[in-house]
Structure formats: C-alpha cells, structure tokens
Design a protein around this ligand. Structure first.
Ligand code: 3HC
Length: 483
C-alpha cells in the first residue's frame, strides 16, 4: 500500500518532528492542531528545526522551502478525509485518544490507516474503540524525531495481515529502521529506558551521588549519548512520570514505582526542556567544581592496583608507607576494607568505569578531606570524578546492570528477540551498543555477580539476576544464543 498523503494530529515537539520526517521523505503532510495558537507553535517547531539544519548546512534554502511547502497546517480535522495514514501525537490521556480516534474513524476514508504515537497506552483499546480496529496500529517515534532512527511499529491481535509489513516499508522510506512489536505497555524502548531513568532519580533522591555526577558516569563512563537527567529533561518529566505510572499500574513492581522526586518536580511544573527547567536549569550548565589534590603519600590496594600505582607514579605521586590517602580498588563494599585499616577515615574506594571515569567512593567513616584529595588525584590522572556513597554497584553498575537485567527478562518473556532489543536501544536511544552486546562485552559473569550484590543489598526483586543470565553463567557460555 502506498502512503502519499499523511496526517499528523498534534504538533507539539513529537508531532512537529514526525511531520518534518514525512515531509523530508517527500510525502505530503497535513498537520492538525486544536486552535490557531497551537498551530502557530507547531509551525514554529517546524521552522526552527529546519532552520537549524539550514544553518548547519545540512539543508539548502530550496530544500527547506520544499519541505515546509509539503506541510499544510489546519485546525479542521475534516481535511484528513482522504489521507492514507493519520498519526496521532496528542497528550497521553487515553480518553482524549479514544475520542480523537472515534472522530478520525468517522472523518477518514475506510482505507485510511490510523496510527498512534503513544508512549505506553494500550493500542488495542484505541483500536477497539473504532469501527476499523484492523487498521489501527502504533507508530512510535523517538525524540528528537528527525534524528533518532527507530520506529516501533506496534501491532495488536486485531491488526490485519500485511499492514505491519506495509508500515515497516514506509518506515524504511522515511530513513528509519522499523522494529515490529506487540502491544505491551512501553513497548521495547520505554519499558526498558524509563525504569532505568527512574532508578537514577531514586539514587539521586537517596543521595548516592549528585545529578551531574550520575549523568557523567553514564555518559562518559558507560558511553551513552546523554546522562539520565539530561535525557529525562529532553523526554519531559511529565511524560516520564506518566509512563512509569502506566508500567507500575500493570506490573505492580517496585522497580516501576515512579520516584517521588519525579512527582515533586512535575507537581512544581518543572517538566524539563519544554518548560525551561527540570532536573537542569536549561539556561546553561552548572559551573564545574574544581577539585584540588593535597596528597603527600598514597597507597593503593585491590584488583588493578599495580596499574593505578604506575599511573600515579607517572603523574608524580609516589606510593608511601605512611600514606595520608588509601585507595581501595574493586567492587566490594569499601567499608569492609576500611574497618581493617588503622585509620578508616583515610580510606576511599575507587571504581574505574570505562577509560575516563573514576567513581570515588566515600564510606560513612571517610573524612571529607580524604574524599576531596582522592577526587583531586583522579582529576590529575585526567579522569572524570564521580563522588558517590558506598552502595552496591556504586552508580554506573547499579544503573546499568539493573537495566541490562530488565532486557534479559524482556527477552526471556518472549516479547522481543535479542536483535530487536539491541536494535531498538541503539537506534531509539543512540546507545553505542545494544543491551545484549553490552552484556557480552562486560562479561555475563561480572554482570550476574554485580546483580547478586545489588539484590543482596537492596532486596529489590528485579535486581535478582534473570534466570536465563544465571543459567548461561552456570553453563560457562560467554554469549546469548541467537535464534
Ligand atoms: N530536533 C532536530 N534535530 C536535532 C535536535 C532536535 N531537537 N537535537 C539535535 N538535533 C540534530 C542536530 O541538528 C544534529 O544534526 P546534524 O548532524 O545534521 O547537524 C544532530 O541532531 C546531532 O545533534 P548535536 O550535535 O547538537 O548533539 P548530539 O551529538 O549531542 O546529539 C542527540 C543529540 C541526537 C539528542 C543525542 O544526544 C542522543 O541520541 N540522545 C539520546 C536521545 C534519546 O534517547 N531519545 C529517545 C528518548 S525516548 C522517547 O523519545 C520515547 C518517548 O515515548 C518518551
């Protein structure tokens, strides 16, 4: 089936981005908003986004004109009567969506495919509310829509044969990669991504580490394109909170309980980029804190000590028998080592994440001077410092391993293949590697052991290693079997 004329209802950030994607692919678009004011905002989104591409030399002035010329903006839903496809991107309230789809069902020709860009609401319920349930599907884009290369194509038990293939073909035509999924709340990406982002908010709320440090750990240490708080601000804290609410409503898992901090920020109207302030003040980055080293002598213990001593040596810091600073490398609770030392206040844990990040771990007995000196020393080595508390997994492993475990559980549930999950997270969220690729790179045993430690400390059932992961480790296999 050919999609030559496409309607987009709702021209907020996502809707305007989706309209741009279609227009860029040479498809005529009718953008619909509720009133003239909202329409003007939608036009503003389109003009700004294509204007930026023009400024960067990614579009010529003629191409930009052609793209904008393909988009007709209107407040009359009736203008969608002969569209081949209509995509809805209005607020995430099921009643609004059902009312809109009932209306579209009345207005549009019988062949029109109706698609929702919902993040987590049930596509099946929306489809069943129309007289054409077999032609109602999900088409889920990612923010920023013109940039992220994934589209989740969501089918229901009511979807007619061949439609998902046609819509997938359309996604390729748009320059996107489709991943076909079933109608499960959050689909692949939001079901994996949002609990991880929420987990970061929980760590922040519990004071395990600070906002910028958690973001730095995940961006510079793990290699994700954005830290969790920057990404929450991009997605919108209200959207994130709603998705968590839907997930929790379905699973009743504490892993899905929205962080109270999220609720508080949403209540305060601090929704992220769209309101100018969320976790971050959007006006600019907070000033970096300068760490200074005041170290006269240092000793290093634990796995990898020799390498760190060599690096310190090269930077002019000599190991000493009477150290004022004791660095404990490794992943076990640092306090267990500190209490065996003559002066536990001088003991700091160091956990290196990737090539560029050092988590600097203070126990309840570490003095602030010691923590500051250790941080300064790591800075001298060219590492980004992430000060944090002595909690299982510290920051990066706690967030990442739990996230990867969720992916294993999702696969084991039969909802999505390893390839679908890896592709979705790489293209939907810009991950450098999919969760299974990351798991195999880090080592299944290391992740499994890390999860065991997390579970032992927090007693959170979802931190217990997925049985499939446990079994692969027990079998001595280094990778997940692909079908
Ligand atoms: N609109 C249009 N284009 C944008 C944009 C925007 N809001 N933001 C960035 N871009 C473009 C830039 O113009 C640039 O394009 P160019 O290469 O043609 O010049 C390109 O994207 C890269 O941008 P920058 O160099 O400015 O910035 P980065 O390299 O830091 O990349 C990013 C920005 C693409 C947003 C990257 O940080 C990233 O991939 N982040 C992860 C985003 C993510 O996870 N999204 C999914 C969220 S979940 C979701 O949306 C589902 C929903 O249901 C909640």
């Amino acid at each position: 089936m050919a999609f030559e004329k496409v309607g987009v209802v709702g021209l907020g950030t996502m809707g305007a981005g989706i309209a741009e994607v279609f227009a860029r692919a040479g498809i005529r678009v009718i953008g619909v908003e509720a009133d003239a004011e909202a329409l003007a905002r939608g036009r503003g989104h389109l003009e700004r986004s294509t204007g930026r591409a023009l400024d960067k030399g990614r579009l010529t002035a003629e191409e930009r004109e052609a793209i904008l010329g393909r988009v007709t903006l209107t407040t009359a839903r009736e203008d969608l009567a002969d569209a081949d496809l209509v995509i809805e991107a209005i607020p995430e309230v099921l009643e609004y969506k059902v009312a809109l789809f009932t209306d579209l069902d009345r207005i549009c020709k019988p062949e029109t495919v109706l698609a929702t860009n919902t993040s987590s609401l049930p596509v099946t319920a929306i489809a069943a509310a129309t007289g054409r349930p077999k032609r109602v599907i999900g088409m889920h884009f990612f923010n920023p829509a013109p940039v992220m290369r994934l589209v989740e194509v969501v089918g229901t038990i009511l979807t007619e044969d061949g439609l998902l293939e046609d819509v997938s073909h359309l996604a390729w035509q748009l320059g996107k990669t489709p991943v076909v999924v079933g109608d499960l709340a959050g689909f692949v990406v939001n079901r994996l991504l949002l609990p991880y982002l929420n987990h970061a908010a929980v760590l922040l709320e519990h004071g395990v580490a600070r906002r910028d440090d958690i973001d730095a750990a995940m961006r510079k240490g793990v290699g994700l394109p954005m830290g969790p708080f920057a990404l929450l601000d991009l997605i919108g804290l209200d959207t994130a909170y709603e998705i968590m609410g839907v997930l929790f409503g379905e699973t009743r898992s504490t892993r899905h309980a929205p962080a109270p901090l999220l609720r508080e920020l949403v209540g305060a109207g601090l929704l992220g980029r769209k309101t100018g302030r969320g976790f971050y003040d959007q006006d600019g980055p907070a000033p970096a804190e300068a760490w200074k080293a005041h170290v006269t002598g240092v000793t290093v213990h634990g796995e990898g000590a020799e390498e760190l001593v060599a690096r310190l040596d090269a930077a002019g810091f000599r190991a000493s028998d009477t150290p004022d600073l004791v660095l404990r490398l490794g992943e076990r609770p640092v306090i267990e080592h500190a209490v065996r030392h003559a002066d536990p206040s001088r003991v700091v844990g160091i956990h290196l994440v990737g090539q560029d990040v050092a988590e600097v771990v203070s126990t309840v007995l570490t003095s602030p001077e010691t923590a500051g000196a250790a941080a300064g020393l790591m800075t001298v080595l060219g590492l980004t410092v992430v000060p944090c508390k002595d909690r299982a997994g510290f920051v990066a492993d706690a967030l990442l391993f739990a996230h990867l475990n969720d992916a294993v559980r999702m696969h084991a549930s039969g909802y999505a293949s390893i390839d679908a999950i890896d592709t979705a997270m790489r293209l939907g969220c810009g991950y450098p590697a999919g969760p299974f690729e990351m798991l195999e790179r880090i080592g299944l045993r290391k992740v499994r052991d890390g999860l065991r430690a997390l579970y032992a400390e927090y007693r959170e059932p979802s931190f217990a290693p997925a049985p499939l992961l446990d079994q692969l480790v027990a079998a001595g296999l280094p990778a997940f079997p692909r079908a």
